[in-house]
Design a protein around this ligand. Sequence first.
Ligand code: S3P
Length: 427
Amino acid sequence: MKLVTNKQQLSGTVHVPSDKSISHRSIMFGSIAYGKTVVKNFLRGEDCLSTIEAFRALGVNIEDDGETIIVHGEGFEGLKKPARQIDVGNSGTTIRLISGILAGRPFASELSGDDSIAKRPMARVMNPLNQMGAVCSGHEGTEFPPLTINGSEKLQPIHYDMPVSSAQVKSAVLFAALQAEGMTTVVEKEKTRDHTEDMIRQFGGSIAVNDREIQVTGPQKLTGQEVTVPGDISSAAFFLAAGLIIPGSKITLTNVGLNPTRTGIIDVIKQMGGKITIEEVSSENNKAGTLTVEASELKGIEISGEIIPRLIDELPIIALMATQAEGITVIRDAEELKVKETNRIDAVANELNKLGADITPTDDGLIIRGKTSLNSGRVTSYGDHRIGMMLQIAALLVENGSVELNRAEAISVSYPNFFNDLEILFK
Ligand code: S3P
């Protein structure tokens, strides 16, 4: 696909699409709760549609009138052995979180997905679930999908010190803990997104959170709720970056979810010297607001440590911002980027360097030397939605020649309207 190039003075307002993490969880919680869950502003990206299909395969009645989703949950007990392998498509969140739910069900299920899913590490969820009494295994003795989950109705609670900072792993253990008899404790390495904890409370469950220590005592019965999904700051990030680095721009983003475990990019923008204003609008369950950015002179910074999980999905677009900042930006402690939809350390360095950036990939991050001008070229998303969107924003800076993006279709995983929303900003 030929990307849009050579744009200046982007201006206007984009209503960002709904949060992917919360959309997945709304279907999962609706399915394991008793009664009706009504989901408003559900994200119709391919990943979240995979979650709907997965729970339908487990016998859950999920209605979709094109606007609202209604999940008719019958508790954990209502889930039935699937007739065939469950296909999670490209969605790591679906396969990891559903594993925690299936770990406590009295039947065997098989989970599989696309070529990218076949390379995602799963020992991180299988290990704690096996400790709790499930029998989970990967393909031919490896940790990789297709996965087989032999659930057990008699899960044991565990004390789990997480070896990786991952909200997906934490969530899988918490879903299993809701079914185990007794108290499970999970201790995070660093605090990660806490939507699962929020939704256990929202659905009437009980959970104790003390900084990085989380305790759930099972078994628990949850009750269906009404969920209104806020906008996704991880999708807003592409337009935040565009507004900051495209000369003469001013962009407003409405309905942006502002859960503090997700707002690391705002801290980074401020540290880089970016002009950003935030107007918070409070809502019952999720903090949200309106963000406005203006083209700014950015400077290179170091990004490492506890902030990394709070901006993990934004690092590709932050790397692009760093190519337009004066000085060196160093990203460290981000080895998790290697096991996302693609190896995002290599993907960012390879593709932006093809366009003229000066980026060195490291074992746990990137070293980006700015400011560089970007040129025409042929690039690929590697089938990764966030790499694809980042490259389209990069292309806007290319003044001469064209930028051709291979595998652009991946973008619909999280942002099906990305190109239409971008067009709103061209005058
Ligand atoms: C997610 C957690 C993160 C993130 C992913 C969504 C979630 O993954 O990268 O896009 O919804 O829990 P990890 O838990 O692997 O860090």
